[in-house]
Design a protein around this ligand. Structure first.
Ligand SMILES: C[S@@+](CC[C@H](N)C(=O)[O-])C[C@H]1O[C@@H](n2cnc3c(N)ncnc32)[C@H](O)[C@@H]1O
Length: 202
């Protein structure tokens, strides 16, 4: 099925704000998760790979998952030129078959707010992780709906309340839950706070 992101894929990386945000999110992830070169990682809502390709040199393999074939096509072109193990999977975990796990890290940047059933997705991430595996989810703090402007189609959450998200992570089975500031995303003359939620599967 076509995704509204398909038509945005070719110009997605042109915006320096997006590249800067992904860099800040990766820096926060690096501070919070002890990355190892034997890790197998999954990046959910990987888009054009701004986070995937930062992660790839630091782990053994990354599976980049996204529901937009257009976004993944751009990611595959960029990854093809590199020397790191990156695979792509077009999927929406709410309805498509899951990849074979287990994974040592599930990361996701700016995608959770596009997912209707966040609690269900967190349970899926938990099932895909190896014991001791890490989750690292970056998204907007609660906002007033101005962030997406004309691109509000497919937005299910106006950011997240950190306490409520931590409770959902706990209900899904995660432990060692920490939420910290990851970035300030400047857009439309305003600053939107972005958090990184990190937790482990016991
Ligand atoms: C705002 S973009 C973020 C892309 C990338 N993570 C980044 O930081 O540049 C959100 C991405 O999530 C994908 N997406 C939206 N809903 C999804 C879903 N239900 N399942 C998988 N991917 C989804 C979109 O296709 C898009 O590539």
């Amino acid at each position: 099925m076509a995704s509204p992101f398909d038509v945005r894929a070719r110009t997605w990386d042109d915006d320096p704000r997006r590249r800067g945000l992904a860099g800040s999110i990766f820096a926060a992830l690096e501070r919070a998760v002890p990355l190892r070169t034997d890790m197998v990682a999954l990046d959910y809502g990987a888009g054009t790979g701004l986070l995937t390709l930062a992660l790839a040199p630091r782990v053994r393999r990354v599976l980049a998952v996204d529901s937009s074939a257009g976004m993944l096509a751009v990611l595959a072109e960029k990854a093809g030129a590199g020397e790191f193990a990156v695979e792509t999977l077009r999927a929406d975990f709410a309805q498509d078959p899951l990849p074979a796990g287990p994974f040592d890290l599930v990361a996701s940047a700016m995608t959770l707010h596009h997912v209707a059933d966040v609690a269900g997705l967190l349970r899926t991430f938990f099932a895909l992780l190896a014991p001791g595996g890490w989750i690292a989810l970056a998204d907007l703090d609660a906002e007033d709906g101005t962030f997406h402007g004309a691109h509000a189609a497919g937005v299910h959450h106006l950011g997240f309340d950190r306490t409520e998200l931590a409770a959902k992570l706990e209900a899904a089975g995660f432990a060692d839950i920490r939420l910290a500031d990851a970035a300030r995303n400047e857009k439309n003359g305003r600053a939107y706070a972005v958090f990184l939620a990190v937790a482990r599967k016991p």
